[in-house]
Structure formats: C-alpha cells, structure tokens
Design a protein. Structure first.
Length: 280
C-alpha cells in the first residue's frame, strides 16, 4: 500500500473531451518527508512514517525537533504512518510528492468528518418526522423506546440505540475514489467525488483496499493550451486569444472614431451657418 498526506481545499468540476462533467475534490499535496522507517526487526511491523506541513520550532516539543532532525527536516504539524512494503524502498529524509499517484488510480481517503455538535435524531440518524398537523406534540422527537430500545429481560435501554447526541467529528474513510488528475508542478490531486473533512482539513490518500486498483484515465479539456488559428495570405499564424481580443477591439473602435469625427465636423458647419445668419 502507498499513500501520502494532504489538505482538502474544496470542490469544483472539470470536463472531459467527451463533454462529461466530473465533480472533483481538490487536495493539496505538498511534498511529504519520510521521517522514519519501521521494520519487523525493530518495531514488529513494516511502515513508513510521513511528516506533512512545517511548523515553527517554538510550537514543537524537543522530542519532535530531535525526531525531525534525523531526517534533516524541521518539525511537522502532521505525522502519520503508511503500512505495507510498497514504499519501503524510500530512504529517511526523502520527499514523496503528487507523482506517487497517477490519473486512473483508485484510492481510499481518510479524514475527520465535519462536526455538527449535539444534533437530534432526525438529522443524526435520518429518523422519520412526526405528524405535521396542528395539535401534534411529536414533530422531531425520537419516538417510543418501548419496543426498539429495550431488550427483553434487561429492563433497560441498549447501548448504541439511535438517539440524539454528538454528531460528526469522527475519523471516517471514503473508499474506491478515482484520481482524475495528478499535478506535481502545482502540488495537487483531483479526486472524483467528495471526501470527508472541512476545508483545510488533513486527509490521508492511500491505495484502495478494493480489488480494482486502477481504471483507464479520462482525458480532460485543456483550457491553458487553447489557441486560435488565423489564416494569413501566405501561411497560418497561431495567435493567442488575448491578442485576438485586442485586435478585435481596435477593429471595432476605428469605425466608431471615424463616425465621431464626422459628427463633430457636421456640428461645426451647422454652428458656423447659424452664426452667419444671425449676423446678417
């Protein structure tokens, strides 16, 4: 299994060359630093410890600073382990970037879900609303516990019975998500669909545990490299869109300027004729 740490930035949408719209989540994946390698001989299992997001030394403990110095790095805000042998060839102090995943890879994304505070059973467990008519004293209550929550011979409510309580702010994983784009230059991943957590929240992107690890990558529309062709008398010349806009503005402006000058000359002639007639 391979993986890396990142931050959820938010959601947007992209288009394929076939015209399909794909909702994606943008994940910032600045280079992760390998802080430690754990082996069976020393720790009883194999894993790679990754550090993400630098923090000031005055905010870190001496233990964190000393641990990071072994990897020739500064203290990290987030430290997580990726188990498995797939990344054991990396050395301590090396960097892991967005190139770890490519478009078409299937991943599982783990994060801490958004916290909703103390919520009722309607929102927390999707219970049914009570009667909406006037006089009903039961609109958003949980309902009777006489049959659903009490176990026979115990005389008390079972632990885990769906009721109102703290909702969200728990570690959760969305499985089997597709990598739509991996951009190492700008340090981000586009992952199809939604992932847990608020904006700027930490997420761990790992190879999926499902059977299918990769699917054919989709081809996205490239708006940056778009150019328009202007046919000249002898050869074709590629012109950037912003240049075409400037040329079009000048072409439109010339007739307007000429028309304005003609109107001014006509107005001057009318004023001169009126002045001569008044003097006579």
């Amino acid at each position: 299994m391979k993986g890396l740490l990142g931050r959820k930035l938010g959601m947007t949408q992209v288009f394929t060359t076939d015209g399909d719209l794909i909702p994606v989540t943008v994940v910032e994946v600045s280079p992760n630093i390998v802080l430690q390698k754990k082996t069976v001989e020393t720790d009883g299992y194999e894993a790679i410890q990754l550090g993400y997001d630098d923090k000031k030394e005055k905010q870190a403990t001496k233990a964190e600073i000393g641990h990071a110095k072994k990897a020739n790095s500064g203290p990290k805000r987030f430290v997580r382990e990726i188990r498995g042998t797939e990344m054991m060839d990396l050395e301590v102090g090396s960097a892991v970037d967005a190139n770890l995943f490519q478009a078409g890879d299937m991943v599982d994304v783990t994060g801490i879900s958004k916290g909703h505070g103390f919520s009722g059973s309607i929102k927390r467990h999707n219970h049914k609303l009570g009667p909406a008519s006037h006089g009903s004293g039961h609109h958003r209550h949980r309902g009777s516990l006489a049959t659903g929550g009490i176990t026979s011979r115990k005389g008390k409510i079972d632990k885990g019975t769906p009721m109102a309580g703290q909702y969200g702010a728990v570690t959760t994983t969305n499985q089997n998500l597709e990598i739509i784009k991996s951009d190492n230059m700008n340090h981000y991943l586009l992952i199809k669909g939604n992932i847990p957590g608020p904006r700027r929240g930490l997420v761990v992107v790992k190879t999926t545990v499902k059977r299918i690890k990769q699917v054919p990558a989709v081809e996205l529309v490239d708006y940056i490299g778009v150019s328009e062709t202007v046919v000249d008398t002898e050869e074709e010349v590629l012109v950037a869109p912003e240049v075409l806009e400037e040329v079009a503005a000048e072409v439109v402006a010339e007739p307007v300027v000429e028309a304005t000058e003609e109107a001014v000359e006509t107005a001057k002639e009318v004023v001169e004729e009126a002045t001569e007639a008044k003097e006579e």
